[in-house]
Design a protein. Structure first.
Length: 192
C-alpha cells in the first residue's frame, strides 16, 4: 500500500514528505481550489525535489483543462502522472497515454491506469472497489480513520486536508502523525 499526499503547494513541505517516504505528491491545477498551484510553482517544487535521492512520483491534478493544456503543464512542471479529477472520456485517457503519461481517473468515468474513489467529490462514484487498475482511495482520510481505509485494500491512500493547519497549508508534524498511523495500518493489511 502506498501513500499520496495531495494539494502540495510549497517546496519545503514537499522535500520533507519525500524524505519521510511519501510515494506520490499531488499538485492541484484547479484555480478554484485553496490548494491551487501554478505550473511555474509546480515546476519550482519539482526542481527542488530533483536534488533529493527519493523516488517520489509527482501527480498533476486537472479538472477542466484540455488535453493540450494538460500535456503542456505536465511537461513544463516535469510531472509523472496525470490525474483527471472529472468524469474522463476514453479519448482523453488514450490521448494522454499516447503522450507517454500514466493516467489516473475519477471513478465513474473512463478507467485509467489508476482509478480514484473520492468520497469528497460529487462528480464520481465513491463506492470503493478493486479492479484491473491501481485503486486509489481519497476523501477525508486522517490518522483517526486510516486503519478503516486500509482495511478496504486500496493500492494507494490519498491524504490531503487532514494534513493541513488551514486549507492549502500542509504541516510536517501532521504528516508524521499520519505516517505513523498509515504504516501501522498498511502493515496490518499487507496481505491484500
Amino acid at each position: 500500500m502506498k501513500l499520496k499526499v495531495c494539494g502540495v503547494s510549497d517546496a519545503e513541505f514537499a522535500i520533507a514528505a519525500a524524505r519521510l517516504g511519501v510515494d506520490y505528491l499531488g499538485f492541484i491545477f484547479e484555480s478554484s481550489s485553496p490548494r491551487f498551484v501554478t505550473v511555474a510553482k509546480a515546476a519550482e517544487i519539482s526542481a527542488a525535489l530533483s536534488a533529493e535521492p527519493s523516488r517520489v512520483r509527482l501527480v498533476g491534478v486537472f479538472v477542466k483543462q484540455s488535453v493540450r493544456e494538460i500535456v503542456a503543464a505536465m511537461r513544463a512542471a516535469r510531472l509523472d502522472i496525470v490525474q483527471l479529477h472529472r468524469r474522463a472520456d476514453p479519448e482523453d485517457v488514450a490521448a494522454l497515454r499516447g503522450e507517454g503519461f500514466e493516467v489516473w481517473t475519477l471513478a465513474g468515468g473512463a478507467p485509467g491506469d489508476g482509478v480514484l474513489f473520492d468520497s469528497s467529490h460529487g462528480d464520481g462514484e465513491t463506492a470503493f472497489r478493486r479492479g484491473p487498475y491501481l485503486s486509489i482511495l481519497a476523501g477525508g482520510i486522517s490518522s483517526a480513520n486510516v486503519g478503516a481505509a486500509a482495511a478496504l485494500g486500496p493500492d494507494v491512500i490519498d491524504a490531503n486536508g487532514s494534513l493541513e493547519t488551514s486549507p492549502g497549508r500542509k504541516d510536517v508534524a501532521r504528516l508524521r502523525e499520519f505516517l505513523e498511523a498509515f504504516r501501522i495500518a498498511a502493515g496490518q493489511f499487507a496481505a491484500f
